[in-house]
Design a protein around this ligand. Structure first.
Ligand code: HEM
Ligand code: HEM
Length: 214
């Protein structure tokens, strides 16, 4: 019998995150900063929603379920047991992603290209802060890329060991037996929060870059 382990928002969050980071990477590298800013605000809304969902969402979305002892983390590297939600090693990866993505988003708000375009908070801080934020924005992206490479390698290694983690993240369900079904909430609530936060960010900071695109 299939058990639901990932709600609709966690699944949508993951694949929107992948698309968002790809767009942000290429638009940043190419200097398409209007696209970069608009996508950046959408990703900011998405990430904020994920953190809120980590408090009020399904059991497997909870931030509190991501903290484990070093012993449990080491043990989970060796095991291919079925976990409901992220296993302890996976949880560490998820926490690292959240920190790296938030650092990238927040440093972007203070980053300027020193010519025409600046993040919405640059004008509110001394220039030395904006310089530091720019350095962080340029360095942190490389750490984020390394984390993505490790993440995808781990998913491939699990697959080679006979465990398909991608399928549940696409369908929401696992066919493997689990000790007890997790408590789930409708992902629609989270999408509602995402739409409201996106609208607020696009009508405030996002208005100018959005208009420049059309
Ligand atoms: C930009 C690239 C990527 C980023 C930033 C990323 C980030 C993440 C994050 C943050 C989570 C935790 C989801 C949550 O609880 O909210 C996650 C889980 C997961 N990701 Fe990715 N991901 C990326 C690419 C991929 C790709 C390409 C695949 C598939 C080949 C993949 C497969 C998975 C799977 C299977 C899980 C669930 C793992 C588990 O069962 O514990 N990811 N990823
Ligand atoms: C996860 C989200 C983000 C990613 C992955 C990302 C990635 C990048 C990358 C790869 C570059 C090019 C760096 C280089 O040329 O070495 C860049 C530049 C830039 N980003 Fe982001 N960015 C993100 C979010 C943001 C946000 C939210 C803002 C502001 C609203 C922002 C503002 C800028 C600016 C102003 C530049 C140009 C800096 C320069 O020309 O030196 N970024 N970003």
């Amino acid at each position: 019998m299939a058990t639901k382990v990932w709600d609709g928002f966690i699944r949508g969050f993951h694949w929107l995150l992948v698309i968002g980071i790809a767009v942000l990477y290429f638009s940043g590298e190419e200097g398409w900063l209007e696209v970069h800013f608009v996508t950046g605000y959408l990703l900011l809304a998405l990430m904020a929603t994920r953190l809120i969902w980590g408090i009020i969402g399904s059991q497997t979305a909870k931030l509190s379920s991501l903290f484990h002892s070093p012993k449990a983390i080491l043990a989970s590297f060796k095991s291919t047991a079925t976990y409901v939600g992220h296993n302890p090693a996976g949880s560490l990866m998820v926490l690292a992603f959240f920190v790296l993505i938030i650092v990238q988003l927040v440093s972007g708000l203070f980053t300027t290209d020193d010519i025409l375009v600046e993040g919405p908070l640059v004008a509110h801080v001394p220039y030395s802060w904006a310089e530091l934020a720019g350095d962080i924005h340029h360095t942190n992206i490389d750490i984020l890329l390394i984390a993505i490479a490790v993440h995808i390698s781990a998913i491939v290694i699990y697959r080679l060991r006979g465990k398909n983690l991608v399928k549940p993240l696409l369908t929401g369900n696992t066919a493997e037996p689990v000790s007890s079904a997790p408590a789930m909430r409708s992902g629609l609530i989270a999408y509602g929060i995402f739409v409201v936060l996106s609208a607020i960010l696009l009508f405030t900071w996002g208005y100018e870059p959005l208009m420049a695109l059309f």
